[in-house]
Design a protein around this ligand. Structure first.
Ligand code: ADP
Ligand code: MG
Length: 795
């Protein structure tokens, strides 16, 4: 029992004061929350312009203020009040119009109003299609949520699953990519989503497309239906099926720019140029050379192209720092490059669509789309990397003559204002010779060029919009020459592939088509890694496979094998009877040599399985272990005993009529299997539910305990000078004595109680003390040595 350090006489006065202040404080907080809730429900947002006018907590207002956010953007003004009323939201607003805060502020407020604590577990889940965007959202969350006490984490893969796993169970808010989140939900028992309050999908239309279907369905399945859902994107989905998948409740469609004359930011100047495919790189090079003092973002359609252009241009030194980013890079490299490009004043980043959505690179001057985007939505997101939040920006789209008509029509339908410009011929510089030189000198680059060529051809081939993408009309031979290649590499297309399906399944595409990995590779490499591993696993043969195939272990082996095969023991069997003999579990007695003769190396036949050759000590040992041999043992046969106790095969005792009546044996087997599978999976499901329930109950208990602790230890003296805890000593206890005797310890005990962490540490160090290892450098010689050792051991 903790005991106070103050004289007993002063203690009784503290009790009522503390209790009073605590209950007053709690009451005040309760009232504050109720007022917030009430104001939010009745709030009229029509005339407000600042964050400070919103019915939100002081913590959030301060966080916003400290991050220099004062004036609301349109989407924030409309969406935040509705979300605070508890509505599901479909938010649509142009790129760079502040959608991130439109969902982060409600997330913080909803959890705040529900007094979310660490014991409550996961309260909000924010899903982003790429790792980079998830990191960016997380950073904004950290800034505006700095005054809240929620715990928040990032779940984006690229890190050790185990490392992430331990921390996740304690998080209130998670920002994640779909694949990694699914992986955790499947494998991490500590992660519970049963009390989730808010689900957010940033870039919702992208997340809801086919590429993420499995992951999203798995995530949605595990979270409560009555949570609030917020979907945001510049190109919002209104597809009923998509929305049904998320079981939205009467969602409010908040679109602030629907009636606007353009779907893109007002301060964005958009142009296109018509260029034959073989001249694209010349124009790109000339453009970069002419704009070395700018910050340029260049989109290409695949990883291989990004790498080829980056590697070759780098060698040609355009006079501006070059960077490249795609989904096949390591996570650390991706982070470095994103940070590098964000921080630079003038540089040129070659990228795939992995950076097309959501990323807020500051002050990008130009967005160049060298390869035509797959659709207008992708176009809108790509150009949206510039002209963000009241800044201006410029975008240029390169179109092949065959793409012009189709693409322009579609851009017009979606209200994208774009004008044609021409390239000044005198400014255009041909780099074909230089590329040829590089490819000639460096076979790796030539190889990369070939890959770039095939991946481009494939990316055109798999596009679903055939009004725009027509591979047959493209001058592929000249394109290959323009890349510096000696000829056009042969491109294999998968026959019978449904182009639309392939288009919609980026990860499936990645699996069998390595070269067109740009589109849709996004942040989901973790899934690829898993798949690769699985594939690898399947390819791995067992050691028994290898054993049977092994031929040249040493020069005796062929002879030895021959000897075994033909049972030619050369009269040595008797002598070597014990050599390599199988002992142990009776397999030896079960086992028969192939020819019924005994040999020193021998086959063991176990219940009709493939014979196991025992010709080395290792295999000898293997044959003595029951567990290892189980694999060889098969499943056994079911027997039925008759009245005399004799065993019979299962059908022997059945009369023929009944046997025939029961139908085809194979069908019966199938039926039995199906039933058993169902039974087992039902049992599995039940086990999982029970385990989850247990965890939930445990969490509830922990929470209750934590609340009790708060009540007991008065840890609500936040900020102020902590008072000495009151202890109601009995008549016969003598505080003075205790105080004199062990004051330091009493003090410590009190602070220990304050924090679970401290307690753990203390326990840990106690454990360490207990298991202390006493090291002796030399054997004890003198009595003092011995004494010292004994003292060490006792301590
Ligand atoms: P979106 O998600 O709509 O593309 P973001 O949320 O990424 O846009 O915001 C774009 C930029 O605008 C960011 O740099 C962000 O800091 C800034 N921004 C957002 N809201 C505000 C605001 N209310 N006041 C000032 N800047 C803002
Ligand atoms: Mg965004």
């Amino acid at each position: 029992m903790a005991k106070g350090t103050r004289p007993a006489s002063s203690l009784p006065q503290l009790k009522p004061r503390r209790k009073e202040s605590r209950s007053l404080k709690r009451k005040r907080e309760e009232e504050e929350l109720q007022t917030l809730e009430k104001t939010a429900q009745e709030f009229d947002a029509s005339n407000i312009s600042q964050f400070s006018e919103l019915p939100i907590s002081r913590a959030t207002t301060t966080g916003l203020d400290k991050s220099h956010f004062k004036i609301l953007t349109d989407i924030q003004r409309k969406a935040i009040p509705l979300a605070l009323k508890g509505r599901d939201i479909l938010g649509a607003a142009k790129t760079g119009s502040g959608k991130t805060l439109a969902f982060l502020v409600p997330v913080l407020e909803i959890l705040y109003r529900r007094k979310w604590t660490q014991e409550d577990g996961l309260g909000a889940l924010i899903i982003s299609p790429t790792r980079e965007l998830a990191i960016q959202i997380f950073e904004v969350l950290r800034k505006v949520g700095q005054r809240h006490s929620f715990s928040a984490g990032l779940v984006i893969g690229g890190k050790n699953l185990q490392d992430e796993r331990e921390r996740l169970g304690r998080m209130n808010i998670l920002v994640c990519t779909p694949g990694r989140m699914k992986q955790h939900l499947e494998q991490n028992p500590d992660l519970d989503t049963y009390s989730l309050q808010v689900l957010v999908l940033d870039e919702a239309d992208r997340i809801l497309d086919m590429g993420f279907k499995d992951a999203i369905d798995a995530i949605v399945q595990g979270i409560p239906k009555n949570r609030q859902t917020l979907l945001f994107s510049a190109t919002q989905t209104k597809n009923v099926n998509d929305l049904a998948r998320l079981s939205l409740k009467d969602p409010e469609y908040v679109s602030v720019h629907e009636s606007a004359s353009s779907a893109t930011p007002g301060k964005l100047q958009q142009h296109y140029i018509i260029t034959p495919l073989p001249e694209k790189l010349d124009i790109l090079w000339s453009f970069i050379r002419a704009n070395v003092k700018s910050k340029i973002l260049v989109f290409l359609s695949s990883t291989k192209q990004v790498r080829f252009v980056y590697e070759t241009f780098r060698q040609m030194q355009p006079g501006i720092p070059l960077l490249h980013l795609h989904g096949k890079q390591k996570q650390t490299a991706r982070l470095d490059i994103t940070a590098n490009f964000s921080g630079s004043k003038n540089s040129c980043l070659f990228a795939t669509d992995v950076v097309a959505r959501g990323l807020d690179f500051p002050a990008v001057d130009w967005v160049i789309q060298v390869d035509c985007p797959e659709d207008v939505d992708t176009y809108i997101h790509r150009v949206g990397r510039t002209a963000r939040y009241e800044r201006d920006g410029r975008a240029v789209l390169f179109l092949c003559p065959t793409e012009e008509k189709g693409m322009l029509e579609k851009l017009k339908v979606k209200k994208v204002p774009i004008e044609k410009i021409n390239v000044r011929q005198n400014k255009k510089q041909s780099i074909q010779k230089q590329l040829q030189g590089i490819c000639f000198k460096e076979p790796e680059i030539k190889y990369l060029g070939q890959k770039a060529f095939t991946s481009y051809a494939r990316s055109v081939y798999i596009q679903k919009d055939k009004d725009i993408f027509d591979l047959e009309k493209l001058p592929l031979q000249d394109f290959a020459t323009s890349l510096g290649l000696p000829g056009a590499p042969r491109v294999k297309f998968m026959k019978g592939e449904d182009a639309k399906q392939r288009k919609n399944a980026p990860r499936a595409l990645l699996k069998d088509d390595d070269s067109s990995d740009g589109r849709g590779s996004d942040g989901e490499e973790e899934d690829q890694a898993t798949k690769k591993e699985e594939k690898k696993k399947k390819e791995v043969r067992t050691k028994y496979d290898r054993m049977f195939e092994r031929q040249n272990q040493n020069i005796f082996t062929p002879h030895f094998t021959e000897m075994v095969r033909h049972g030619d023991g050369s009269g040595d069997e008797g002598k070597d009877e014990d050599f390599l003999a199988v002992k142990g579990h009776g397999y030896g007695s079960d086992a028969e040599d192939v020819d019924g003769e005994k040999t020193s190396a021998r086959y063991i036949q176990v219940h009709g399985k493939e014979p196991l050759l025992v010709d080395s000590k290792r295999r000898e040992k293997l044959a003595t272990t029951k567990k290892a041999m189980l694999k060889y043992k098969g499943k056994g046969t079911k027997l039925i005993f008759d009245d005399e106790g004799e065993a019979h095969a299962i059908y022997e005792l059945e009369d023929e009529e009944a046997f025939v009546k029961a139908g085809d044996a194979e069908a019966q087997r199938g039926k039995f299997l199906a039933e058993e599978t169902k039974r087992v999976s039902a049992a599995d499901e039940e086990d999982k539910t029970v385990a989850k329930e247990k965890r939930r109950a445990k969490k509830e208990r922990q929470k209750a305990r934590a609340l009790e602790d708060i009540e007991d230890d008065g840890s609500d003296f936040d900020g102020g000078v902590p008072l000495v805890p009151y202890q109601d000593y009995g008549e016969d206890s003598a505080p003075e004595l205790v105080e004199e005797g062990r004051p330091a310890k009493k003090q410590k005990k009190w602070f220990e109680d304050d924090s679970e962490e401290e307690r753990k540490k203390e326990k840990e160090s106690k454990r360490k003390r207990k298991t202390k290892v006493v090291q002796m450098d030399e054997a004890p010689e003198t009595l003092e040595d011995l004494e010292a050792l004994a003292a060490g051991l006792l301590a």
